[in-house]
Design a protein around this ligand. Structure first.
Ligand code: GDP
Length: 372
């Protein structure tokens, strides 16, 4: 019973994910059911409708916004006769494409195997049609003929490998000594890398795609006379596959061990409040929600506002709310220092820097109380 508006937003996001993975979306299908069909997730009439469309238009892949059970996947492939991906598979594929370091690659590989293991039967029976394309990069291609046993061995090997790297990374973090550590957190694509670049004058990869940042980057930043370490973390996303949450533990450790969090929000995005909630949810899950935090509302330059005329009787929508009104609401609602900026145009940077300076200084003072 999600509202029409929410549904559109979710599918917008899924389409953006598909685009990030390298696909172009041809058509959307939605269906209202009180609960998903246990065999095929959607109803049989809908499956027929999709099948006809796919046939007629020579569509290569159908993507579902939810995670499908192994048997649902199998049944749907039989019914629609085309490659079926679910949200998890799609996200894993994007991570596989973008992992830069061997650590990130190992994490993704582990997550992919864990996803694959219960779905092996499907892979066996649909071998021919399963070759290449989205959802098949990474371990799927070469290891598909191997049995569960080999995959299980591989999983435990990867886990060991990650444990070793985890220990190395923990030592690295310890060696960073007493420097104050600040972590950028936020939903994916809100502008964390852009902000990182702007604050540290470095050149972190920024692009308008989801999860451009996979590996954490750490930069030394100096504001005033205060040095601190700034970390860019992986973007959070709604329904991040559990396999990934688990295997990205070390990435999240950066957040867990930070002294100060900067929560970046894209205020120009229609569902920015949902994004805030899902980030807060993740922060709770990793028990980082009690840390000092600064709320940074980014992309004020891109904020779209359609003022209603006096005789317009259509209901209030968020588009009728001006930036000033949002600012007022969030300034009074937020229990954290809050600032509105444009990372791209460097608007309100003095204000932002002052805010970071003040918070970092507080942490410094609490750490070195007897320094003058
Ligand atoms: P991340 O995924 O959170 O690291 O986001 P990125 O830094 O990669 O930015 C995502 C997209 O938003 C890029 O296309 C940026 O150019 C764009 N972007 C970032 N900051 C701003 C901003 O202040 N205003 C506008 N209009 N776009 C921005």
């Amino acid at each position: 019973n999600q509202s029409e508006e929410k549904l559109t937003e979710y599918l917008d996001e899924l389409e953006f994910l598909a685009y990030t993975a390298g696909a172009s979306v041809d058509k959307r299908f939605t269906q209202r059911l009180t609960k998903p069909d246990s065999k095929t997730f959607i109803g049989s009439g809908k499956a027929q409708e999709i099948r006809d469309y796919v046939k007629e238009n020579e569509i290569g892949t159908v993507i579902f916004d939810d995670e499908l059970s192994p048997s649902q996947l199998k049944n749907l492939e039989k019914e629609i006769e085309v490659k079926i991906l679910d949200r998890t598979n799609l996200i894993l594929d994007i991570f596989a494409q973008r992992a830069q370091t061997s650590y990130a690659r190992t994490q993704v590989e582990l997550a992919q195997y864990e996803y694959l293991l219960p779905r092996l039967t499907r892979m066996w029976t649909h071998l021919e049609r399963q070759q290449g394309g989205i959802g098949m990069r990474g371990p799927g291609e070469t290891e598909i003929e191997t049995d569960r046993r080999i995959i299980r061995d591989r999983i435990s090997l990867l886990k060991d490998k990650l444990k070793t790297i985890d220990r190395q990374m923990a030592t690295q973090r310890n060696n960073r000594g007493k420097m104050v550590r600040v972590a950028l957190v936020g939903y994916t694509n809100v502008g964390k890398s852009t902000l990182m670049n702007a604050l540290s004058k470095s050149d972190v990869f920024a692009e308008d795609k989801l999860f451009a940042t996979l590996d954490t980057t750490v930069r030394k930043v100096v504001i005033g006379n205060l040095p601190f370490l700034l970390t860019d973390t992986v973007g959070f996303i709604r329904k991040l596959p559990t396999q990934l949450v688990e295997s990205f533990k070390s990435t999240l450790d950066e957040v867990r061990e930070a002294d100060l969090l900067i929560h970046v929000v894209d205020i120009s995005h229609e569902s920015f409040e949902d994004h805030i909630n899902s980030v807060n949810q993740t922060l709770m899950e990793i028990e980082a929600h009690q840390k000092p935090l600064i709320m940074v509302f980014n992309k004020i330059d891109a904020f779209a506002y359609e003022k209603k005329s006096d005789d317009d009787l259509s209901p209030e929508t968020r588009k009728n709310i001006s930036l000033e009104e949002w600012m007022k609401t969030w300034m009074s609602k937020s229990k954290y220092p809050t600032v509105f900026i444009s990372a791209l145009k460097k608007e309100n940077f003095p204000e932002l820097k002052k805010m970071i300076y003040d918070e970092v200084l507080k942490i410094h003072i609490s750490r070195f109380p007897y320094n003058d």
